[in-house]
Design a protein around this ligand. Sequence first.
Ligand SMILES: [Fe+2]
Ligand SMILES: [Fe+2]
Length: 172
Amino acid sequence: MVKLYRCIICGDAYIGENPPANCPFCGAHIEYIKEAKDAVVNFDVELSARDKANAQHALVVEVSNATFYACAADKTDDPEGKILFKALGKIEAEHASVWKKILKLKSVPQGNETCHSQNVENLKDSHARETRAIDFYRKSAAEADSSRIKQIFEALVDIETDHLHLSEERLK
Ligand SMILES: [Fe+2]
Ligand SMILES: [Fe+2]
């Protein structure tokens, strides 16, 4: 029997017999995926000045990374790399959308990033981007005033660490 599941990080729903190991939309790990009837998903958060500033920076990071991955999906010279970067681009765009909702913006700002034609250069760029994101999200989770903001930053640390492993395996 299929059930209706919902990711409490991005709020998107998934229909399946079992909860997915990772949210297909934002990549959140299984502990954030609940049966929809039990899922508490809150985007209406009271933001302290510090949480707001960190959320605003996180939005900039996610837009930049989503735009970079979309570029790499188009330009990279390796067939598997194209598929990888397309998948990563969708996930980072979903993260940008989470911050858009938290910041109560009408739309996600447009990004403008360049990328490389050589796959290995895109993998190195990905690795640097994910490393920077993880460091910033870890710090933002530690200093978060809101428990919801802390929860989102902690989930993102796990997700971006998965992305780091994807580039590391391919750069070996
Ligand atoms: Fe999700
Ligand atoms: Fe992300």
